[in-house]
Design a protein around this ligand. Structure first.
Ligand code: PEP
Ligand code: MN
Length: 275
């Protein structure tokens, strides 16, 4: 199946042959850069987010992730610390200097995202076209995650929604898709990476945590992502996974994350990337 490349004008590599490189306060995403983003699924407390930020920074993460607004399947599950979580993220940024990546679920919350460096659109909102259009009017970099049941064509069309409003700073993220396979939370579609890289100039990163749902698979899938040509990783790291308020099963410990970054740094020259 061919991609219908004419449908995505600004996203297409034909419109912009060189790789787009997005500069976030000196941290670069795209081109020959390999960008490692890490942090917990959710911000749980000030100590938790600062502690994890400090340890992932030591290992080589250049950006901090952490959800303050959480999309959960159950309305009774932890929904995130919301505005308070944003305050804790800002404190972690102030202390460590790490730029922040965090998810928006409602455009009405946009004013809370002033200090955020990359706004994440989660898998469940990949086709929330009104949200995409509004984010397209901002000048914040957007991390657009592939929907659970969306094709590469649809992912690229959603990026086009953002770009058509003027915002050219879009980073794509493959985070696994639903298939008949039940042993992993999702199926990591690594073959889409070279396809996306050929079709678009936008950077594409891989989330091995949501893609597999299993902490023990995060390391091997991280290495595979680099080999497939990804521009970076977003990895869930937690200091106490069994007691995490969200996604503990797929969260790795800071010391496990350290092993991943060491090996990724060793692999980088082989794949013409700078970590
Ligand atoms: C997350 O990043 O914590 C998250 C909810 O991701 P996704 O939208 O890919 O499920
Ligand atoms: Mn998560």
């Amino acid at each position: 199946m061919e991609l219908k490349e004419k449908a995505f004008k600004s996203v297409s590599r034909k419109s912009h042959p060189e790789d787009t490189v997005i500069d976030i306060g000196g941290v670069k995403v795209g081109g020959d850069n390999f960008t490692i983003i890490a942090g917990p699924c959710s911000v749980e407390s000030e100590e938790q987010i600062i502690g994890i930020a400090e340890s992932v920074k030591k290992s080589g993460a250049v950006m901090l992730r952490g959800g303050a607004f959480k999309p959960r399947s159950s309305p009774y599950a932890f929904q995130g610390l919301k505005a308070l979580g944003m305050d804790y993220l800002m404190e972690a940024k102030r202390i460590t200097g790490l730029p922040i990546v965090t998810e928006i679920m409602n455009i009405l919350h946009l004013s809370l995202f002033d200090g955020v460096d990359i706004i994440q659109v989660g898998a469940r909102n990949m086709q929330n076209f009104e949200l995409l259009k509004e984010l397209g009017k901002t000048d914040k970099p957007i991390l657009l995650k592939r929907g659970l049941a969306n094709t590469v064509q649809e992912l690229l069309m959603s990026a086009e929604y953002i770009m058509s409003e003027g915002n050219t700073k879009v980073i794509l993220c493959e985070r696994g898709i639903r298939t008949f396979e039940g042993v992993t939370r999702n199926t990591l579609d690594l073959s889409c990476i070279p396809i996306i890289k050929q079709a678009t100039h936008l950077p594409v990163i891989v989330d091995p945590s949501h893609a597999t749902g299993i902490a023990g698979l995060v390391a091997p899938m991280s290495y595979a992502a680099m080999a497939a040509g990804a521009d970076g990783l977003i990895i869930e790291v937690h200091n106490d996974p069994p007691n995490a308020l969200c996604d503990g099963d797929q969260s790795i410990l800071p010391e496990e994350f350290d092993v991943v970054t060491r090996k990724i740094k060793k692999m980088a020259s082989l794949f013409d990337k700078r970590v």
